[in-house]
Design a protein around this ligand. Structure first.
Ligand SMILES: [Zn+2]
Length: 499
């Protein structure tokens, strides 16, 4: 193991080079590091080396060996080190705002690159995620097995929504996360940096998602810990955002459980580069083009109303009109009930600027009703698909990018080995805690492939099963199905737009 002194010098060199740590801040950071590692001084010459493998990994190993951190807290210790050499929040904010006054894209570029370079976004981990594309009748769909993100049960999300808590920080999104040391259940955030933005006259902040589901995946979060709520103000904030950052989209999860995202307790939006599959789909039906605004239906798996206008306030007015109509809309012929014991209709709104410089809002119509036959949701994947995805179908999935749980990687390998072994004991599978949920998948593929199959055909069959399931999940979320009956019902809902 090289001397810890050498690693400290290499880290400071990296911070000056890649993070723009100033001369004085580097001296200050060095003294913090000397204290942290119980080193008196260093006289080493710094080298340009790989941050993760040649600086951080050995520094953390040293800290564990010397008892400076417990092995289970190693990641938090690493974050602490990187926090010490990352420019202070105020400096990052000043730089962001200076750049923003000239170019919004330069400002986001700066904050994104900083968030990667200081390891807030751990690219070495992200690269291990498994990604591929598949296609169906209504276009391509992306699939990622995400190894870093924990799987969340929809019931847990609901329980957290209105939970009053004296926990600090109250949730993963609160502003108080900035610099937080972390606990066993809450990640360390010394490397988090965000920038203030104004949306609809309110104070919000912009930061990046450490999970980077897609290019420059960012989060706009309310300065206040208040629950998700979709209303006219949400549309106004989303449109304000894309007006200021036209190179990004910004969307919100629906505000009801089952059809929403994994955090309902803190109002926030997700955005980034316009690379999600839905953006590549054409408009299939132009319904009305009155004055300077138009309404259309997007050719997509679920039910998307597309509003566009050069005039921001016109786009806002139209979106709000559609949303208000949808909230109270019932069409029993296709199972849509606006209200039973609670409201069920909401939307997943996504704002963007198109190439013509128009403000656009894609409103994905959602309904979260459950009944005896569909206890998990009528417009939600049925239980036989939960082995692939049981979480709520939030905006990223609704736009065609599936984030599947990391557990699938090992489970898929076990299933492939099992199928290729030609010796499948279904009773044992039923009793296996990990594999029993895949019983239907294994039985179907074993039946199709017969007793003899090699690993490659087993793998192809498993991936194909996952692809088909993801497309089916998207179709489940459609309140108006892509068939004659659904299309007629969709037309009835939008009748007002043609009058
Ligand atoms: Zn919060």
């Amino acid at each position: 193991m090289a001397y810890i002194n050498k690693h400290i010098e290499n880290l400071l060199y990296y911070a000056k080079d890649k993070l723009n740590l100033s001369f004085e801040d580097a001296i200050y950071a060095k003294n913090q590091l000397l204290e942290l590692f119980n080193v008196e001084n260093t006289f080493e010459i710094a080298d340009r080396v790989d941050l993760q493998t040649e600086i951080l990994n050995p520094m953390v190993a040293y800290a564990v060996e010397k008892g400076l951190t417990a092995p289970e807290s190693a990641l938090r210790f690493e974050t602490k080190i990187m926090g010490l050499v990352t420019p202070a929040p105020s400096i990052v904010i000043e730089e962001f705002s200076d750049l923003f006054s000239v170019s919004a894209a330069d400002a986001t570029d700066y904050l994104y690159k900083l968030s990667v370079s200081n390891n807030y976004i751990r690219m070495s981990d992200i690269k291990k995620n498994i990604r591929w594309m598949t296609s169906g009748e209504n276009g391509e769909v992306g699939i990622t097995i995400n190894l870093a993100k924990p799987e969340k049960d929809p019931k847990q999300v609901l329980a957290e929504k209105n939970q009053t808590t004296d926990k600090y920080p109250k949730c993963m999104l609160c502003l108080e996360n900035l610099g937080f040391a972390g606990t066993l259940t809450h990640p360390a955030r010394q490397t988090l940096r965000y920038a203030p933005i104004t949306l609809n006259g309110e104070a919000w902040h912009l930061q990046y998602s450490p999970f980077v589901y897609y290019d420059e995946h960012c989060i706009a979060l309310s300065d206040r810990h208040i629950p998700m709520k979709i209303d006219e103000n949400s549309f106004a904030r989303l449109l304000d955002f894309v007006g200021a950052f036209p190179h990004y989209f910004m969307g919100s999860n629906a505000d009801l459980p089952i059809v929403g995202g994994s955090i309902l307790s803190h109002d926030h939006y997700q955005g980034g580069r316009k690379v999600l599959p839905m953006f590549y789909r054409p408009l299939k039906k132009q319904l009305s083009s009155v004055l300077d605004a138009s309404i259309a239906i997007r050719d997509w798996y679920n039910s998307v109303v597309h509003v566009s206008s050069r005039n921001k306030f016109r786009a806002l007015e139209l979106a709000n009109q559609i949303y208000t109509r949808w909230q109270s809309y019932t069409d029993e012929s296709v199972g849509i009930l606006a209200y039973t014991n609670a409201p069920h209709n909401t939307v997943t709104p996504i704002a963007s600027m198109n190439s013509k410089g128009e403000y656009c809002l894609d409103l994905i119509l959602r309904n979260n009703r459950t009944d005896e036959k569909n206890p998990f949701g009528i417009y939600h994947p049925t239980e036989d698909m939960h082995n692939i995805k049981k979480e709520g179908i939030g905006l990223i999935e609704a736009m065609g990018l599936f984030i599947l749980p990391g557990r699938l990687k090992a489970e898929i390998n076990d299933i492939i080995n099992l199928l290729a072994s030609g010796n499948i004991d279904f009773r044992a599978i039923n009793e296996d805690e990990r594999l029993s949920k895949h019983f239907g998948l294994i039985a179907q593929i074993a039946n199709n492939l017969g007793a003899q199959c090699d690993k490659k055909s087993a793998r192809d069959a498993v991936i194909d099963y996952i692809n088909q399931t993801c497309i089916k999940i998207l179709e489940c979320t459609a309140v108006f199905k892509n068939n004659k009956q659904g299309e007629l019902a969709f037309d009835r809902f939008l009748k007002f737009a043609r009058e």
